[in-house]
Design a binder for this molecule. Structure first.
Ligand code: DGY
Length: 324
């Protein structure tokens, strides 16, 4: 009997074909089919392995009902939708897709900085509404990037890729991370460690959030910390929505406590906080950090290889993406 793999919704590239050619029986779900616990829990009964999306709740109940699973490979670097401890105790492997999406995600972070610092959304809206009446000295004054200071919260692979890009714009880079990164990464990124986030925030013209969502990082940027930022500062979030208290962020933007925000992720995706939609100088994107064809194909292959390796009972020690 061939082993069975569920890919919970269609993904681009050759992952499905690769798994089939490796002898697995592959079923591909439809978009949103497995976004509810009940549907996912019931469907997984039939499978030995799965490639899941970050919208699939791979929680304790789902895993406990499916102890036959050998591996769940999340089609994302973040895996806050998965109860990793429950998987560990049941002996189910969890994999993710690190590295392959770092450059694409860092590009989106910089795009958000450029768009917010130069008021691109308002400027383009005005032009499209037929209100462009010629160049004028006061039109859409933005802020210069050169010589400014950015702080990065979360100096993993994506944080590092953001730092390298910022140095290309001659921006000084500070970072706060759970642990100080090794010297070679600091040298490569020319980033300076701040042990206390509260010491870093007042120095930042631009603040980037790039950490995983954990109980420790939930609302790491709250109302109190927003007050530590300069009024000219801009926040960019490409990590996870709940890193910021969105209610507090929207108030800070509307009251002018901070100057702008570029967000690719939201607290209650796909819902967008209504006040954010009204806030000035805010660029909001529908979670597209990793959305390049090359990256999404590479994510698929990385997840598929982890699934094949585990189901074939091969050595997983060389795989870079086994979480447990
Ligand atoms: C991730 O990988 O965690 C992103 O949010 C989606 O690519």
């Amino acid at each position: 009997m061939p082993k069975r793999v569920l890919i919970t919704e269609p993904i681009p590239g050759k992952a499905e074909a690769y798994l089939k050619s490796a002898g697995f029986e592959v079923t591909v779900g439809t978009r949103k089919e497995f976004d509810e616990e009940q549907a996912l829990k019931a469907a997984l009964n039939e499978f030995d392995g799965a490639i899941t999306m970050l919208s699939n709740p791979v929680n304790k109940t789902v895993l406990k009902e499916n102890p036959q699973l050998k591996i769940v490979a999340n089609y994302a670097v973040g895996y806050n939708n998965i109860d990793v401890e429950a998987a560990r105790s049941l002996g189910i492997h969890i994999a993710n897709t690190p590295d392959v999406l770092s450059e694409a995600t860092a590009d989106i972070a910089l795009l958000l900085l450029l768009a917010t610092s130069r008021k691109i959304r308002e400027a383009e809206d005005q032009l499209r509404q037929g209100e462009f009446d010629g160049w004028h000295p006061l039109g859409f004054l933005g802020t210069e990037l050169h010589g400014k200071t950015a702080g990065i919260v979360g100096m993993g692979r994506i944080g590092g890729a953001i730092a390298r890009r910022l140095r290309g714009f001659s921006i000084n880079v500070l970072y706060h991370n759970r642990n100080r990164v090794n010297e070679s990464v600091e040298q490569q990124t020319e980033a300076t460690y701040c042990a206390e986030i509260d010491d870093m925030l007042p120095m930042c013209d631009f603040l980037f959030l790039s950490s995983p969502l954990t109980p420790q990082t939930h609302h790491i940027i709250n109302e109190t910390r927003l007050h530590l930022l300069k009024s000219e500062s801009i926040i960019i979030n490409t990590g996870r929505g709940p890193l910021i208290d969105e209610e507090a962020l929207a108030s800070a933007l509307i009251s002018g406590k901070i100057a702008g925000a570029g967000l690719d992720v939201f607290e209650k995706e796909p819902e967008i906080h209504p006040s954010l939609l009204k806030a000035p100088n805010t660029v909001l994107l529908p979670h597209i950090g990793s959305a390049t064809r090359e990256t999404r194909e590479a994510m698929g292959m990385m997840a598929a290889k982890a699934v094949a390796t585990v189901l074939n009972e091969e050595d997983i020690r060389d795989l870079p993406n086994i979480v447990v």
